[in-house]
Unconditional design. Structure first.
Ligand SMILES: [Zn+2]
Length: 474
């Protein structure tokens, strides 16, 4: 039996007609069965009608790069660069040794935050120290299932450390001692294919600089055999660019090209320090870049060349990165920042990212960056999965005139009233229907407090900073 949304003001994500009024939407068996001014009600027996007059219906937002368990270390740190931050984060996790229950609770809390702010799909580039295990990956899938969000698990893979490689050019002591990952990842792929309608897997090499050739070749082989996407970090910091040039002649993107990693399967987070030639490689391969403006600002990593990427035809999606580095899982915030920051990278206002483009980055482009959901989510169209958000305009949308401008520049997520994922209502009247938010918060608070105490006892990393300075890269 179908659900009918009536008198809808619909956000289409189209450039020419971004907003349509007086629409009807039929949701049946998880998909948008029909949409238009007058849908065929004979064909779909309606069991529930939702009056959307005075409300806005938009496609669910897509968070194309995040780390869900980092919510546990939310805002532990201030003014640290990415490499130092990463040491602290990993050191804290290693000392605490999270259980699968801790992981599910933390990831569920991050998913809850996203659903309440209109995010219906997320890529979790997942790692916890020490080591990757099937139980830990299942814990993430369980958070997706529990909250009802559409989730992509991209287990983080690495077998070398580029900073160690740079310090010790002899090539010794480069292994980081990670266990074999192939069987574990194949097992979780089988699991999700059997049991979950809304979960899929991407392969997630942490960063090509932290992966050997053989690991990357294996990733490409499995991705092709299993028809999976590949997700990675790429050239997030100036240090990574500096190191890549010293370790690989021609740079890291040329190395990825040689290893077969550049293809429409690939989505790469950040890409701040891509050269013009490397952007050309990404464009001709049909690869995506995921822009994470809040995280890049907090860590002082730089400004991603979004305008240059877009002008080359590279698909640019949006992500929040971790709950520690950007302090939020809000895609509304990333849209606003993406549009605003583009104004600092070009003097030509005609080149700036507009609100309409930012909205596409957060919806359609996000879907394009996830092969499993490409052409299935990201817009409200007949045949697409029914992942959509009903907004009841909050004060920040009042007075309401240019809806798309205001969604991107004014909205914070407070207007989110109802959320559908795969045709199921998972949030109604601003309340989550599948999880007890208070219980979840309490559970995560106690684990996070333990981590904070552990973090405060960690030795501070002055030596890394001296190492960077010695090589004069800053
Ligand atoms: Zn990241």
């Amino acid at each position: 039996m179908a659900i009918l949304l009536e008198d809808v003001t619909l956000i289409t994500t189209g450039i020419k007609k971004p907003v349509l009024t007086g629409q009807q939407i039929i949701i049946d068996r998880g998909v948008v069965a029909d949409v238009g001014r007058q849908v065929d009600l004979q064909k779909f027996p309606v069991r529930k009608r939702i009056d959307c007059s005075g409300k806005i219906v938009m496609p669910g937002l897509i968070n194309a790069h995040s780390h869900l368990t980092e919510v546990l270390q939310r805002s532990f740190r201030d003014n640290v660069r990415m490499e130092t931050w990463r040491e602290y984060r990993a050191g804290t996790e290693k000392a605490v040794r999270l259980t699968p229950e801790d992981i599910t609770a933390a990831a569920s809390l991050a998913c809850a935050e996203m659903l309440k702010a209109g995010v219906t799909a997320v890529v979790d580039h997942f790692s916890t120290r020490p080591g990757l295990s099937v139980e830990k990956m299942r814990a993430i899938v369980s958070a997706f299932d529990r909250t009802g969000i559409r989730g992509v698990l991209a287990p983080s893979l690495r077998d070398q450390d580029f900073l160690t490689l740079l310090k010790d050019r002899s090539g010794k002591k480069t292994s980081v001692g990670e266990e074999p990952w192939e069987e574990k990842v194949l097992e979780i792929i089988r699991d999700t294919q059997k049991t979950s309608k809304c979960t899929s897997v991407m392969l997630g090499p942490s960063n090509p600089l932290n992966c050997s050739d053989s690991l990357l070749l294996k990733v490409v082989e499995i991705a092709e055999a299993q028809n999976l996407g590949i997700h990675t970090h790429l050239l997030e910091t100036k240090l990574q660019q500096w190191g890549a040039r010293r370790l690989y002649s021609g740079g890291v993107v040329a190395r990825m090209k040689k290893l077969g990693l550049l293809s429409p399967r690939l989505s790469a987070a950040h890409g701040i320090w891509l050269t013009e030639r490397e952007m050309d490689f990404m464009a001709s391969a049909g690869a995506s870049v995921v822009h994470n403006p809040a995280s890049n600002l907090k860590l002082g990593s730089g400004l991603a060349p979004v305008i240059k990427l877009r002008n080359r035809g590279v698909n640019v999606a949006l992500g929040t990165d971790g709950g520690d580095t950007s302090d939020t899982y809000s895609i509304f915030e990333q849209m606003r920042l993406a549009a605003f920051l583009s104004r600092l990278t070009s003097e030509d206002s005609a080149q700036w990212v507009t609100s309409r483009e930012a909205l596409r980055m957060a919806t359609l482009n996000g879907a394009r960056a996830i092969p499993a959901w490409r052409n299935k989510i990201g817009k409200i169209q007949k045949g697409y999965c029914a992942d959509l958000v009903i907004l009841k305009p909050h004060l920040r949308l009042c007075p309401l005139n240019d809806i798309v401008n205001q969604l991107v520049y004014c909205e914070s997520g407070q207007s989110v009233d109802t959320v559908f994922v795969n045709g199921e209502i998972v949030l109604r009247n601003g309340r989550l229907l599948r999880v007890d938010e208070r219980r979840l918060t309490e559970q995560v608070q106690s684990v996070s407090e333990k981590m904070y105490r552990t973090y405060q006892r960690l030795p501070r990393h002055g030596s890394d900073i001296r190492f960077y300075r010695k090589r004069d890269w800053i």
